[in-house]
Design a binder for this molecule. Structure first.
Ligand code: MRU
Length: 341
């Protein structure tokens, strides 16, 4: 079977990915040759977004199972790939599913079947999240979103951006403010690209403009995605999300997080237990892209701190838009029962 999504293809057992570091100016597809290469692809954010990381790692391992006959060696590579990024739990969830299959009955057919199931499930989960979330959106609303949470971050329509796209497809008039999302600009480069394709009106803003926009433009909602949700509803998402949540509290703006059950960490009681990825200093001191490289701070002598994610406490969340429905502070404790779909 062949599979295609906005930024991933699995054709005759070969996985190719759309290199997201080159968007929006270059649409370059890259064949991924095996788990070692995939590790680098994930680490360098050529593939990114919590659900997409999980699905693409699973498909890479499906492809790898065609050349690795021994289940122990397959499992070792899977465990290695599991370490490529630490915060998005979807990666661990997808790889653990394949490891469980490998331990029980290792064969190309069984591994591929499970990876295809993970792909199909993500498409369906996006659709359910989008439907539930779109019900919350009224005609003529203005929404801020952060990072990229659409078809480039999943193999379906997306999570937060999927909700926005669904409401738009229902004929609701929307205006989106897109946080550029420093330091790697997933909003400025990727969400604008997707909104252009979806024909949804937006303004790109720098992250530090969100408070002023809320004050001036009567923003109705903020909707963001998640990389890991703890059982008490605390969640990790792209750095800058927590600041948005605090701004929402001050300005009385509803703050929603949208995610599939594969983003819930059932072993994680609170946000304090979520590992936050620390990335390289050069990401703060300059930028690499299709244009080459620019640098505005010295490589040596300028010390920096670069957490890729922050953790937003449940008390700042108006609602959790999940594939099973919309939860609030009085019902969020039910997520512990969502382990099985
Ligand atoms: O570092 P990234 O680009 O992988 O971070 C992505 C995010 O933080 C997204 O908001 C999150 O993964 C949800 S994507 C549906």
């Amino acid at each position: 079977m062949n599979l295609t999504a906005m930024s991933l293809k699995y054709i005759n057992g070969q996985l190719s990915i759309l290199d997201q570091t080159l968007l929006p100016f270059q649409e370059t597809w890259v064949d991924v040759k095996g788990p070692d290469e995939m590790f680098n692809v994930i680490k360098t954010l050529k593939v990114r977004g919590a659900p997409l990381i999980g699905v693409s790692a699973a498909l890479c391992l499906a492809s790898y199972s065609k050349e690795e006959k021994h289940s122990e060696l397959f499992i070792n590579k899977a465990l290695y790939l599991r370490e490529s990024r630490p915060t998005a739990v979807n990666l661990m969830v997808a790889i653990d599913r394949l490891i469980a299959v490998a331990k029980k009955n290792y064969s190309i057919e069984n591994i591929e079947k499970e990876a295809f199931q993970i792909f199909k499930e993500d498409e369906d989960l996006c659709e359910s999240i989008s439907r539930h979330g779109a019900d919350l959106i009224k005609d003529d609303e203005t929404i801020i979103t952060h990072c990229n949470t659409g078809g480039l971050a999943t193999v379906g329509s997306g999570t937060a951006l999927g909700v926005i796209a669904k409401a738009h497809s229902q004929g609701k008039k929307l205006h989106i403010y897109v946080d550029e999302t420093r330091p790697l600009l997933q909003g400025g480069r990727l969400t604008t690209w997707e909104l252009d394709h979806l024909n949804i009106p937006y303004n790109l803003i720098c992250d530090n403009m969100a408070g002023f926009v809320m004050k001036e433009n009567k923003v109705d909602k903020v909707i963001v995605g998640a990389d890991r949700i703890a059982l008490n509803g605390d969640f990790a998402n792209k750095i800058g999300t927590y600041s948005l949540a605090v701004l929402c509290k001050y300005h009385g703006v509803d703050f929603y997080v949208a995610a599939p059950y594969t983003t819930i960490d059932f072993d994680c009681p609170t946000g304090k237990d979520i590992p936050v990825e620390q990335r390289q200093p050069f990401e703060l001191k300059g930028l690499r892209g299709h244009f080459g490289q620019v640098q505005w701070a010295k490589r040596e002598g300028v010390s920096s701190y670069n957490p890729a994610f922050d953790v937003t406490p449940a008390e700042l969340v108006t609602g959790w838009i999940l594939d099973k429905g919309v939860f609030d502070s009085s019902t969020i404790d039910q997520i512990k029962n969502m382990k099985e779909v």
